[in-house]
Design a protein around this ligand. Structure first.
Ligand SMILES: *[C@@H]1O[C@H](CO)[C@@H](O)[C@H](O)[C@H]1NC(C)=O
Length: 315
């Protein structure tokens, strides 16, 4: 671990391939739930959607199956660069914080936080675009019901349907780079606590049952696959649910187009006054259902050694 100069590139490359593949498979599997999450979190006043299943059913009816994948292209394109930054930063921080090849738990947490902070450079614009695209058809079911004539939702929204490049150009023109980075602070406020819960929880669940001589959990020892899988899913969903209030704030801050009668999000207190504290748990179940498979799939891809196999094929 101490003198790893030539090794670092290879292991980073392997992690990157694994992370990229896991990201692509993960997005494909759970994006519709992520879309339901965004729409449920933005819902104020009129209850268009009663819950996750209702949201998915109405979305399919109003916008077709691909309607559930609005904004998925953003994730599919940017998930690999996002992972690259996080992995590289995590590696650098871990090396800097290690003493004699040993990294204490606080060092692991700190490295995770540092990596999360660097990742926000890609995550924020990514979330910004994804949220506008996911939210674009949110009120389509009500509009379809209100408008007379044959299923106008099938024809009309296509013309108004925004694209990622269109939104980017618009934001850059009207608000500059700051427009793309709206909600960066909220993203950090969500992702840093997430890592602070996820990393230690995962490390300890993963080491459960394997004690080192000192009686402490032996974090270094290799865990069997099923244990890492369960540890990843559990730590991911616990962390995801715990930071849901911060995610609601972030989603509302980043949503530019509000429906009729919906408030622009003015602040935390404002939100509790109007909707009660339960507003902060909107989309919590969806978040657990998005994050748990994402982390489980990642464990699976790492276990199968996808990156190793690809590099092996290349010689
Ligand atoms: C899409 O990317 C954002 C930003 O990293 C992430 O928060 C979200 O969970 C991703 N969604 C899916 C379904 O992978």
């Amino acid at each position: 671990n101490t003198h790893r100069d030539p090794i670092i590139d290879i292991s980073l490359c392997i992690s990157l391939i694994n992370g990229g593949v896991a990201g692509l498979v993960g997005v494909t599997c759970v994006f519709p739930i992520d879309l339901a999450k965004t729409r449920l979190q933005n819902q104020q006043g009129v209850q268009v959607y009663k819950g996750m299943f209702d949201c998915l059913a109405k979305t399919v009816r109003a916008e077709g199956y691909f309607g559930c994948y609005r904004g998925a292209a953003v994730n599919l394109t940017l998930v690999t660069p996002e992972k690259a930054i996080k992995l590289a930063a995590n590696d650098v921080f871990r090396q800097k914080l290690s003493k004699d090849g040993h990294l204490p738990l606080w060092g692991e947490v700190l490295a995770g936080c540092g990596a999360g902070t660097c990742q926000v450079v890609v995550t924020t614009p990514m979330e910004m675009l994804k949220i506008q695209l996911q939210d674009a058809g949110r009120l389509a079911p009500t509009q379809a019901a209100a408008a007379p004539g044959p299923a106008p939702s099938l024809v009309a929204p296509a013309a108004r349907r925004p694209s990622a490049t269109g939104i980017t150009a618009d934001l850059l023109k009207t608000r500059g780079l700051a427009g793309l980075y709206r909600g960066a602070g909220a993203t950090l406020m969500r992702d840093v606590p997430f890592s602070m819960i996820y990393f230690p929880l995962f490390a300890n669940l993963n080491a459960l049952g394997r004690q080192s001589a000192g009686g402490q959990a032996d974090v270094q020892a290799q865990a069997p696959f099923w244990q890492s899988f369960v540890a990843g899913c559990s730590a991911g969903s616990v962390a995801a649910v715990a930071v849901t209030p911060l995610d609601v704030i972030k989603t509302r801050l980043q949503t530019l187009q509000k429906g009729e009668g919906e408030d622009s999000y003015r602040g935390i207190v404002d939100c509790t006054k109007r909707e009660g504290p339960s507003a902060f748990l909107k989309g919590a179940a969806c978040r657990a259902l998005v994050i748990a498979p994402l982390f489980g799939i990642a464990q699976g891809v790492y276990f199968l050694g996808f990156g190793e196999a690809v590099l092996g094929l290349l010689g």
